[in-house]
Design a protein around this ligand. Structure first.
Ligand code: ZN
Ligand code: ZN
Length: 368
């Protein structure tokens, strides 16, 4: 079947909108007509680093309507509205503990750019196109995905906004609500006020954190952080001594810190912001080879923990419905920082997001 997709052909080149052929779903596969797909930094990192051989179709925050299912699929049926999250195997020790973000086959199922058997579900003119990114490759009008990827979306939830719940929003909100499980009354420092950082702020409000400090260079994003429940915001151009600025607000140091930036010197300075028995959760992707932040003697003396986090330790089958319910109650208003663009304007959307003109992009295919 013919589809339209945004194809990455070279690391620095723009995406090109092309007509491709997509496979019929195999017994364990689901064909989804994509309605919306979030744009995440991870898509651009994989394109720039060519971790997956190009040409390839990225996109891993899709949502849409099930069009066809393979013979072995029972979780969803044609016509179902679904959000599409990362893929996990469902059978390893981590998956059995409802901890699929650390699935033993996470890299093979999500970052290989092909099915585990080496085949690709997308073809261009005389060439195979990298596919199965996060088990979906959803920068397209249609994608092939799997039962472990999909979570049903109720009819009263805006389907085109559901995709980011499967990555960016669950990473931020889940990081605070699941991974760090910040207690009511605790203090938190969030580094970065992008979609993940602002989702962390919303998660912190749900948890009842008393002090929520956000470090963010863009003024518009600092303002938004305050509107979403941050109690203090810091501009890194002004707060050049981060530990001093944080200790002016919480003299003993914060109970929790959450990094979404992956900027090595910043990570290092955060350890000085932590109070006794403080925990530093990290979702930001630092360059390969970056050492763990902190000083071992200090970590022992103050009982500090540094914790790497994938996908907010979310079990999508339970956490995505929980987030949709919080959104319905007005407690997770992530739609406030989403800007939509047609899929065909993906390059403009990337430029706007890069300049800080918008926080989170959702690309629409014009289908419903
Ligand atoms: Zn697994
Ligand atoms: Zn993502």
């Amino acid at each position: 079947m013919k589809i339209t997709a945004a194809v990455a052909r070279a690391p620095e080149a723009d995406f090109s909108i092309e007509e491709l052929e997509i496979d019929e779903p195999r017994p364990d596969e689901i064909l989804v007509r994509v309605v919306g797909v979030g744009l995440c930094h991870t898509d651009l990192v994989f394109k720039a680093s060519q971790t997956i051989p190009l040409p390839a179709v990225f996109g891993h925050e899709g949502s849409g309507i099930v069009e066809k299912v393979g013979s072995a699929v029972t979780k969803v049926a044609p016509g179902d509205r679904v959000a599409i999250t990362f893929r996990s195997c469902g059978a390893c020790a981590r998956c059995e503990k409802d901890d699929p973000a650390y699935c033993h086959t996470m890299p093979l199922l999500n970052y290989a750019g092909m099915r585990p058997d080496g085949s690709k579900s997308l073809q261009g003119k005389g060439e195979d196109i990298g596919s199965n990114f996060f088990g979906q490759s959803s920068f397209a009008t249609h994608c092939i995905t799997y039962e472990r990827n999909v979570v049903k979306v109720p009819t009263d939830f805006p389907l085109e906004l559901a995709g980011p719940l499967g990555c960016g929003i669950q990473t931020g909100a889940g990081g605070i609500m699941r991974s760090l499980a910040c207690e009511k009354g605790s203090s938190l420092l969030v580094l970065g006020g992008g979609a993940v950082g602002l989702s962390a702020v919303m998660g912190a409000v749900v948890q009842g954190c008393e002090t929520i400090i956000v470090l963010e260079p863009h003024e518009a994003r600092r303002k938004l952080a305050l509107e979403l429940g941050a109690t203090h915001v810091l501009d890194p151009a002004v707060a050049t001594d981060l530990p001093a600025a944080v200790r002016e607000i919480v003299p003993i140091g914060v109970d929790y810190s959450f990094d979404t930036t992956g900027i090595p010197p910043l990570l290092q300075s955060v350890m000085q912001c932590l109070g006794p028995h403080g925990t530093f959760g990290i979702v930001g992707i630092a360059p390969p080879g970056t050492p763990m932040p902190g000083d071992l003697m200090q970590a022992v003396t103050f009982g500090h923990t540094v914790k790497g986090i994938i996908e907010g330790d979310s079990d999508p089958d339970t956490f995505i419905p929980e987030m949709m319910e919080l959104h319905r109650q007005g407690k997770l208003p992530f739609d406030r920082f989403i800007k939509t663009y047609p899929l065909s304007e993906i390059n403009q959307a990337i430029a706007d997001q890069h300049h800080g003109d918008c926080v989170k992009v959702v690309l629409l295919t014009g289908q419903n």
